[in-house]
Design a protein around this ligand. Structure first.
Ligand code: GRG
Length: 294
């Protein structure tokens, strides 16, 4: 864990450096720069960037490229968090130990800062500074749009809110969480398969492993909420129960959820077995995901 935390900090710092430089070289003034930067640099772990770096390492992709793609994904992720915290959605006042964007500024500013991060994400990915062929860049943009839009994160969030205070079965909860959280992790894996020029079948295998990593991440997030250490989590905990969220914990209880998560972790590790020692850092990230406290 300690070893991985150090590596995660380096990736987070390199991602932040890239993103800070991105804002520095923007020529036009924007009043939205302040709320955008507030949300983006408020201490996120950058775990999605770390997954991209570690899947890329497993297949020998250049580190700088991975940091650029990771930065684009972290902008998308920050966008989704700003909107998730809004009164119309989860209505939360704290995130990452700080006031949520709509609490720090106001609702319309938070909506627009979120929208801006969404487009910045594609701005970064489409830049020719990302030294890839036009065809590969297009595929990356297309896939990110697909994972996050109305068939991905957007729909996952819709289902999450729709399922509140309803009786929902295990299968539906898993589908919802795979969309809400899993799809973006799916992209973190598939983007490497795209850069490597893998065929659709192999791309799908990567996407599915990543989606399972995302599901594991969401379940771990629910376990953290249940255990309830607000200081470490950086946000109010025990919220899922209060809000009547459709989670595995609320359906089958803490212990059975932990057993489910451990089985899922085992499956993911097994799927990565053939990469041997090249997957060592990636395996460490997966172990961190289930054992983290924040
Ligand atoms: C992208 C079109 C589009 C819509 C977005 C609002 C929304 C729709 C989706 C929200 C999805 C959501 C909030 C998923 C939860 C994922 C999750 C467990 C977040 C916490 O991630 P961490 O712990 O956060 O990586 P840090 O703070 O470390 O960055």
């Amino acid at each position: 864990m300690k070893n991985f935390s150090k590596k995660l900090n380096i990736i987070a710092s390199d991602t932040n450096k890239y993103l800070k430089k991105f804002f520095l070289i923007q020529k036009n003034h924007s009043f939205l720069a302040k709320p955008v930067r507030y949300s983006l640099f408020s201490g996120g772990k950058r775990i999605r960037a770390a997954i991209i770096v570690n899947v890329g390492k497993m297949l020998g992709i250049n580190y700088k490229k991975l940091i650029v793609i990771g930065s684009a994904v972290e902008c998308m992720h920050s966008y989704s968090l700003i909107h998730d915290d809004l009164p119309a959605m989860d209505d939360d006042d704290f995130r990452r130990g700080k006031l949520t964007t709509h609490k720090k500024f106001n609702e319309f500013t938070a909506i627009l800062a979120g929208n801006s991060l969404l487009t910045i994400s594609f701005q970064i990915l489409s830049s020719n500074k990302l030294k890839l062929s036009d065809k590969t860049r297009n595929k990356l943009i297309q896939e990110l749009a697909y994972c996050t839009g109305y068939t991905g994160l957007g729909e996952g969030q819709y289902l999450d809110l729709t399922y509140e205070n309803k009786k929902v079965n295990k299968e539906k909860i898993i589908i919802m969480q795979k969309k809400k959280t899993g799809k973006l992790f799916g992209f973190c894996f598939e983007c490497i398969a795209i850069i490597k020029g893998f065929n659709l079948k192999k791309r799908k295998i990567f996407r599915e492993i990543g989606t399972n990593v995302g599901l594991l991440f969401q379940i771990a997030d629910d376990l953290i909420d249940h255990r309830g250490n607000e200081k470490i989590a950086g946000k109010p905990t025990k919220r899922d129960k209060k809000k009547g969220k459709a989670t595995l914990i609320n359906l089958i209880g803490y212990k059975k959820t932990l057993i489910f998560a451990r089985k899922l972790e085992k499956k993911i590790k097994n799927d990565l077995k053939k990469y041997g020692s090249k997957a060592a850092d990636l395996i460490q990230s997966i172990e961190f995901i289930l054992r983290r406290e924040f």
